[in-house]
Design a protein around this ligand. Structure first.
Ligand SMILES: [Zn+2]
Length: 87
């Protein structure tokens, strides 16, 4: 594994949750490639380091397209995929 001071691209992670308790929602965000910690990153703010393990992060070239926005899932299979996250 690379030393954590070598910048790495954050990993994409799609989280799912129930809005209002019954509306399945999907939200695409980023997690630390080293420890999987959720990163509070968006078009206006990208952390330089993971606040849990200190992994240096490189957001260069990351696209902030429409997929980054909260959207209604519209499918009924979110329960099966809720554990499906990049570690
Ligand atoms: Zn980390």
């Amino acid at each position: 594994m690379l030393p954590k001071w070598v910048a790495r691209k954050p990993a994409r992670n799609e989280a799912r949750y129930l809005k209002y308790g019954f509306v399945p929602m999907a939200f695409q965000g980023f997690v630390c490639p080293r420890c999987g910690n959720g990163l509070n990153a968006g078009p206006g703010h990208q952390p330089n380091y993971c606040d849990r393990c200190g992994q240096k992060l490189d957001f260069k070239g990351i696209g902030w397209g429409p997929g980054m926005e909260e959207r209604a899932e519209g499918r009924g299979d979110w329960r099966e995929q809720v554990e499906d996250r990049v570690v």
